[in-house]
Ligand binder design. Sequence first.
Ligand code: ADP
Ligand code: MG
Length: 448
Amino acid sequence: MNPDTMWRAVLGELEVNLSKANFSTWFKNTFIYSIDDDRAVIGVPSNFYIEWLKKKYNLEILSALKKLMPQIQTVDYRVASKRSNETQIPEIKLDAIQPSPVSQAKETKMSADYHTFGNFVVGNSNKLAHAASLSVAEKPGLTYNPLFIWGGSGLGKTHLIQAVKNEITKRYPDYKILYVPCEKFTNDFILAVREGRGKAEQFKNKYRLIDALLVDDIQFIAGKEGTQEEFFHTFNALHQAKKQIILTSDRPPKEIPTLGNRLKSRFEWGLTCDIQAPDFEMRRAILQNKAQEKEFEITEDVADFIARNVQQNIRELEGALNKLIAHVQFYNLKPSVDVAMAALGNSISSKNKSLSFDKIVDTVAGFYNVQVEDLLGARRNKQIVIPRQIAMYLLRQELQYSYPQIAIKIGKKDHTTIMYGCEKIEKQIRTGHNIHKEIILIKEKLYM
Ligand code: ADP
Ligand code: MG
């Protein structure tokens, strides 16, 4: 395994437990600088990172490294840039792994991180945002302007907006398209103000003499009055000239705090659409897709297992897959559900810990709008029997309760009723009954 693959696996591990903002701030330009014996040195962009990583993340980094290389005892940091170091990185020798000749090809593919429509998986939760983005990419400036896409972290906003950029570039090679994270716009603006005339002119040219402006995470403009004012004028200039504007945000315009009304209403001039958390089917499709991209063979049951257990967002899903791949390569294993369970142990079990009998019963009752007492009671009408059976099924599936345990908890004398109930639900899931979809939704609530 080369240092890059190794570091990607470590990052996959760290990513799961950090907020996205923290993760990208502190780990973006880091890499394994060197490894000798029991000491790993991580290259970072500046001294500031050294202090911060040591103080805040040293333990996490060390334990993630240890998982892959048990011999590591200490981690150090040094300021270095990747490129200057590239030729010196030694191959890390791992006894357990025999790199195969194809692994080199896999690595290049893995790091070629480009966002296109081609590798964007479409499902129920993102099909509107996808369709809108595609139509904007086909006719920039002529359909929805602005296009405003919002949704939670890790659900594909950056992927989608960059896909539009790539698609426009492909179709209209002469177009000048500018993609910037909101922070970049803010920084450019502050610099322009500070440095006066020449810079201000440069700023205007950069943001107004273009054919499309794509700003990622526009919610960060909140509370920055000067920047908002400037963005307002930039927006107007571009919009009047029928230039395409696309914005992404982690919330809808209405909910961006301290955003002036003028901007709020402008953000809603075109089309606002959202991306929701992926459902089970889509999580599975994404796993299959990413696995294929990485030339990693994933069986149905392994994909099912990960899709069932990693539910929050797509970034996490990818992190889990990367972890599994690293684990499989490192220990030279054949991927199976057991192996996935071992590889993902921490991230999955920590979630299950928060799950309890009460939570399952409350969630099911809430979902079907019935009373918890009825769910646990003896009434036998249909409105209550099915939710009750679903609760039994989930107790077994998610908390590994035995039939007799469930019987005691639910106040039934005989555990064969429980067995019958669970089997009935299992059968309906197998035959693609609607209940399957409902269970997926309930599980999403359970793990939210
Ligand atoms: P956001 O900007 O909403 O926080 P990203 O666009 O950065 O999320 O997505 C997180 C990760 O998940 C990226 O690696 C991205 O490629 C991947 N991803 C998100 N949505 C999809 C999708 N529909 N199909 C394939 N990959 C996706
Ligand atoms: Mg993003």
